[in-house]
Design a protein around this ligand. Structure first.
Ligand SMILES: Cc1cc2nc3c(=O)[nH]c(=O)nc-3n(C[C@H](O)[C@H](O)[C@H](O)COP(=O)(O)O)c2cc1C
Length: 355
């Protein structure tokens, strides 16, 4: 039988009840990295709304891994305790929940978006961000190049945060390796100008991500899925820019190292040409990765309609459909989509009289 948006998907020890995923979305509402009532209701209502998997917003593995002082985190025990009720509520609704772990690298230390998202200097509680190479920041300063010791420390921070995620009860881990943040800064030659083992060739530039994946796979329970979000293209004319063939090649390497899912996103260093952004614009990238590597693949970007989302699965273009802004407009989109598509899905018991 043909697959639909509401077909279950096995992922290592997990089974997702459907293929509709809440794409990670930063909320900037977590001082000290602590989630609270906002996240309980925000993520909880999307679980009630019927999504099969919720991926949290990018959550920093260390204080310097944030880009504002309001980003969620998982670098201490208080944050584990704060996530627990959110995780539990989401799971009680039959949804699974992954935490997106992240380091912002040279994109760190900004004011809250409501305060203009400009650089937050150390004197005001910010820090001088570090990245692969001493690239100019948007504040006229230059990011510090990470030493080999810094790289080891960040890898250890990812492992420690992932183990805290297990403790908090999360079902899966996603590494945010897209959108111009630290892992992407390493694998794109636009930003990585290193001459050591972490720069230069393709293999050297992906080394930091691959070593982190290896360390995570060793530390995590075998049944726990590991997802990675990539910018599979840089959307730039720069001759050093990352191209889809690189994204495909990296996905194949990640699969070999035990990554279960790749989500095909793009960009992060230069503004994207608005004419290149249209419904399903990134789906062909997911399709190519799926076809050429066989890894379970997520499609994301301007997917907003039930028939559109369903066709991506039933045509075999991707295995998962991630939606961001449409799920901010309508947390109950999955329930609405099931009705529109005449496909069965579980209705929350207290809501049954409406269906
Ligand atoms: C408010 C907002 C916050 C976002 N935060 C994140 C994030 O934390 N991590 C991430 O990987 N992508 C983030 N994104 C990107 C989305 O996950 C998604 O890839 C993008 O919005 C395109 O999907 P859409 O057209 O369905 O909105 C964010 C997008 C929005 C709108």
């Amino acid at each position: 039988m043909a697959l639909s948006l509401f077909s279950p998907l096995p992922l290592r020890g997990l089974t997702l009840k459907n293929r509709l995923v809440v794409s990670p979305m930063q909320q900037y509402t977590a001082p000290d990295g602590l989630v609270g009532n906002w996240h309980l209701v925000h993520l909880g209502s999307r679980a009630v709304g019927g999504a099969g998997l919720i991926i949290t917003e990018c959550s920093a593995v260390s204080p310097e891994g944030r880009n504002t002082l309001f980003d969620t985190g998982l670098w201490n025990e208080a944050q584990v305790a704060a996530w627990q009720p959110v995780v539990q509520f989401v799971q009680e609704q039959g949804a699974k929940i992954a935490i997106q772990l992240w380091h912002s690298g040279s994109k760190g230390s900004h004011r809250h978006p409501q305060q203009g998202f400009t650089f937050l200097p150390p004197a005001e509680g910010g820090w001088l961000p570090k990245g692969p190479s001493p690239v100019p920041l948007d504040n006229g300063l230059v990011a510090e190049a990470m030493t080999l010791a810094d790289i080891e420390l960040v890898k250890a921070d990812f492992v420690a945060a992932a183990l805290r995620a297990v403790q908090a009860g999360f079902d899966a881990i996603e590494l945010h390796a897209a959108h111009g943040y630290l892992f992407h800064q390493f694998y794109s030659a636009m930003i990585n100008h290193r001459t050591d083992a972490y720069g230069g060739s393709f293999d050297n530039r992906i080394r930091f991500l691959v070593e982190t994946v290896q360390a995570l796979r060793q530390a995590l329970p075998a049944a726990m899925p590991l997802l990675v979000r990539l910018s599979v293209v840089d959307y730039s004319d720069d001759p050093r820019a990352w191209q889809l063939a690189d994204g495909v090649r990296l996905s194949a390497v990640l699969k070999e190292h035990g990554v279960d899912v790749v989500t095909a996103s793009g960009g992060g260093f230069v503004p994207v040409d608005p004419t290149a952004v249209f419904p399903s614009y990134q789906v062909p990238m997911a399709e190519k990765i799926k076809a050429e590597t066989g890894i379970i693949t997520g499609a994301v970007g301007m997917i907003t309609e039930p028939a559109q989302a369903n066709a991506i699965i039933s045509n075999g273009q991707a295995d998962l459909v991630l939606m961001a802004r449409e799920l901010l407009r309508d947390p109950y989109f999955p329930l609405r989509a099931a009705r529109a598509l005449h496909l069965p899905t579980e209705i929350p018991v207290p809501y049954k009289r409406a269906f």
